[in-house]
Design a binder for this molecule. Structure first.
Ligand SMILES: Nc1ncnc2c1ncn2[C@@H]1O[C@H](COP(=O)(O)OP(=O)(O)OP(=O)(O)O)[C@@H](O)[C@H]1O
Ligand SMILES: [Mg+2]
Length: 351
């Protein structure tokens, strides 16, 4: 399979930088999600990887071979990349089987083999028996699976997805997530998956690349992204929680003391930061305790029902926290929050 190396790739449109010196090493057979807010450069980076755009600077290597730099770009059809976009781009005049068979026909593969490989690919995406169906008569999710089968049959070493689930309802999304996972497990292709849905990214990918304003902010496992975000933007963008400004003093390597109002608590940290810092507190590591029993003092600012629990927003010294509670709390009531775990967001100036 194909490892992808992206070296300081930059792309501007009309003087505006869409992708800004991004470097990424994607292992062969890895599943990488590109995550970030609208306009941060995800699609542009994906199009650079697939060969639809030429970079202004930097280069991209497939299998240690340069396939894109500022001088030349190997076109998509010559770099063995399969592309699944949000709009499925199926041929409307061809049946399901006709669509999936298309890349093989173009290559002059024999009809018996085409039939066998198309049946295999349709079975992988759980569309066995749909061969003769008109693609116009399929649901959105089924069309997406036809597009996926077409990539599989073409034996693309690399498959790139651009928000493939954005049009689908919650149940279909869950079913498709499972299909993507199975296809990845079964085929070992190198997959790059663009989404702005963090739940999708965390659930699917081995590693997630978070982008903002064209820059790569963090590239790590979903768990590290959640537990130890590298910047304030990542801390706020991923998962629920509150980021407060506080004073931090060193305790031991990897652990700091955070002073918040009249109290203090321990937090995980990178090295031994000292001075003012942003501190991330996740709701599952916070508990409401009796006022005066040592937690962070605060006032209830919001109380919203979120499925099984109430999400309580608490104003404290330095910011706002989010805590889950089994019942609603009156706005303005004084509360105390005990901290089991927290993370000192690294200071960009000190790294
Ligand atoms: N062909 C183009 N011409 C001019 N500007 C472009 C072009 N393609 C992208 N851009 C600009 O580059 C920036 C990044 O766009 P991109 O499509 O990569 O964002 P994105 O992260 O995929 O956003 P979204 O989540 O909304 O799809 C945006 O400011 C966009 O307007
Ligand atoms: Mg996009």
């Amino acid at each position: 399979m194909t490892p992808i190396k992206i070296e300081s790739i930059t792309k501007s449109f009309h003087g505006e930088t869409a992708v800004d010196a991004v470097s990424l090493d994607l292992a062969s057979g890895s599943f990488t999600a590109l995550l970030g807010p609208s306009g941060c450069g995800k699609t542009t980076l994906l199009r650079l990887i697939a060969g639809f755009e030429r970079p202004d600077a930097g280069r991209i290597l497939f299998n240690e071979r340069t396939i894109s730099d500022a001088r030349a770009v190997v076109p998509p059809e010559e770099r063995n990349v399969g592309v699944v976009f949000q709009s499925y781009a199926l041929w409307p005049h061809l049946s399901v089987a006709g669509n999936v068979a298309y890349p093989l026909k173009m290559r002059g593969v024999g009809s018996a083999e085409i039939e066998r490989r198309v049946a295999e690919a349709l079975a992988t995406v759980e569309l066995g028996g749909f061969d003769a169906r008109d693609t116009a008569d399929l649901s959105g999710g089924q069309r997406q699976r036809v597009a996926l089968a077409r990539c599989l049959v073409a034996e693309a070493d690399v498959i790139v997805f651009d928000e493939p689930l954005a049009n689908l309802d919650v149940h279909l999304r869950a079913a498709m997530l499972e299909t993507f996972r199975q296809v990845h497990r079964a085929t070992g292709r190198t997959i790059v998956y663009v989404t702005h849905d963090q739940a999708e990214a965390l659930a699917l990918a081995d590693r997630v690349a978070v982008m903002d304003h064209g820059k790569l902010l963090q590239f790590s496992t979903p768990e590290m992204l959640y537990r130890a975000p590298a910047t304030g933007m990542v801390a706020r963008f991923i998962g629920r929680g509150g980021v407060i400004s506080a004073e931090v003093t060193p305790n031991e390597p990897g652990r700091s003391r955070v002073i918040c109002g009249q109290t203090s608590f321990f937090a995980r940290s990178q090295g031994q930061p000292q001075g003012p810092a942003d501190v991330l507190l996740r709701p599952e590591a916070l508990r409401l305790v009796d006022a005066g029993s040592g937690g962070i003092a605060g006032l209830v600012r919001r109380s919203t029902y979120h499925g099984p629990a109430y999400e309580i927003e608490v104003a404290v010294a330095g910011g706002r926290l989010v805590v889950d509670a089994p019942h609603a709390l009156a706005l303005g009531s004084p509360v105390s929050v005990a901290v089991d775990d927290a993370w000192v967001v690294p200071d960009p100036k000190s790294s």
